[in-house]
Design a protein around this ligand. Sequence first.
Ligand code: C2O
Ligand code: CU
Ligand code: CU
Length: 491
Amino acid sequence: MKRKNFISRLGLISIHFWLYPILGSCSKSTPGEDRIEEPSSSFNKLDDASIGEVNTSNFELNISQNTATLGKYTMEAYLTNGLLGCPTIRANRGDYMTINFLNNTDAQSILHWHGLIVPPEMDGHPHLAIPPGENYPYAYLIDQRAGTYFYHAHTHGLTGKQVYMGIAGFYLVSDAEEKALSLPSGAFEIPLLIQDKRTSGDSIQYNPSPMEYNMMGFLGDTIFINHLPNAAKTVKKTSYRLRVLNGSNARIYNLAFENHMPFTIIGTDGGLLEEPVTLTEVLISPAERLDIIVDFSKLSISQVALLSTTPNATLTSGMGMGMGMQSGGPDQGAPFTLLTFNIENDKATPTYNIPSVLSSIDYPDESSATLSREISLDMLMQAGHAINNRQFDMESVEYEIPRGSVEIWEFTNNSSMAHPMHIHGVQFRILSRTGRGVQEWEKGLKDTVLVLPGEVVRILIHFTVLPGLYLFHCHNLEHEDRGMMLNFRIT
Ligand code: C2O
Ligand code: CU
Ligand code: CU
C-alpha cells in the first residue's frame, strides 16, 4: 500500500549518492554546503536516513517485508508503513495511546514497549504473538516519567531476527519536568539507533550458528546508525541532545569521541538523572539508552568528531571473548567508528547550559524491600544460557509477586559472557555491583542492567504494574531467543 513512498524514498537516497560527488565538487562556490573531508562516497548522510516520526496518539504500525537498501547493502527487511525500520513515536505523559499493529509479515509477531509500564495484555509478552495477516489493537495510558524508551518485536525464538531486520524503534516520552529544562530540540535533538550487522559482499545476513546462540550472541562486522553504514552528520558549533539506543542483538559499545572530548549524560533508561554526569566514555549494552548532551562549539571547521566504540578493559577482561571463540564478526569489545560528525562552517551559537539539578526521582528506599531474591545467570552444558538453571517455558512462572511490593533482586553472573538483564513492567534502581561498582550514570531509573562475568548486581524494584504475566530476561537477543528468559506474575 505505502510501497510507493518506500520506493520513492529509496530512489531519493540512491539519487543522492550519485549526486553527492558532483555537489561536493561545487562546494567551493556554495559556502553553506557540507564540507567533504574524505571521498564523499564513503559517507552516508544521516539526514537521508530519517527514521520518521509519529506525533499522534492514534495510529497504525503496519509491518511488512521487502528488500531494503541500507547504504550500499541490501537486506531482507521489515518495513513499517512502507519504510525500513520503525518510526520514532513521540508522546507525552498522560497520553492515551491507541496503536493498531498489523502483522503483514510471514511469521508471527508481537510488539513490546520496552521501559513502558503498561497492563499485561499491552506488554507484548510472546504468548500474545499474532499470526501473519492479523492485527493487535494496543490501547494504554502513558503514566510515567519522560524518557527515551524503545519498542521492538518480542516473538519467542524470533526476537533476534525480527529486531535485527528492522522491528525496533524509539519511543520518546516527554513531561512537564523535562519540558521545563528546554533541552536542545528540533534539528538539535538526534535519535541514534546503533546496530551492528554482518555483511557478506553487499548483503546483510542473520544466521547465528549454534555456537553463537550458546556463547556470545550474533556480532556484526559493520555498524549501522539509523540503518545507515558509515554514517555522517553535519552539526553546528553548539549543543546537541543525542538519544542513544543500543539496538544491537549482542554487541556492547564503549561510547567515546576519538578526540576524548567530554560529553554529559542527562538521562538513561527510565528518564532524566537527578544530576548530570560528565565523562569521556560510557559502556552501553543491548537495550540500554543514554540521553546525552554534547557540545561541538569548541571544534573548528576542519575537525571531525568521531563517535566511536573503544576498547574497555573491564569489558574485555574476564570475558571469554579474547579466547579465540568462533564468531563471524569482530569480537565483543572491538573498536569501531560509529558516526562521523562534520562541523559545519558556522560561527559558534550559544550552547545549552546544563542545570546542576535535572530532576527528582521519587522511589521507595531499600528499607521498604520485603523480600530479596538471589538469581543466578548460568551456562548449561548443552542448552546454553539460563536463569536459575532454568530456561524459558511459556507456561512456567518463576516468581509470584504481590502488586505494590518492593523487592531486592540479586543477579550473580556465573558464566563467562556478559548479560544485560532486563525486567518488564518496571523501572528499578541499582543498589550495588561488585568490582566496578554502580557507575554514576546508572544512578537514575533503569530497566536494563549490564552484569559482566563474575559480577553480582543488586537492584531495588517497586512493582506497581497491574496484575498479570511479565518477563525478565537477558537482552542479548540470541541468549533470550534460546531461553535465557523467565516469567513472573504480579498478583
Ligand atoms: Cu526489550 Cu523483553 O524486551
Ligand atoms: Cu521490556
Ligand atoms: Cu545473556
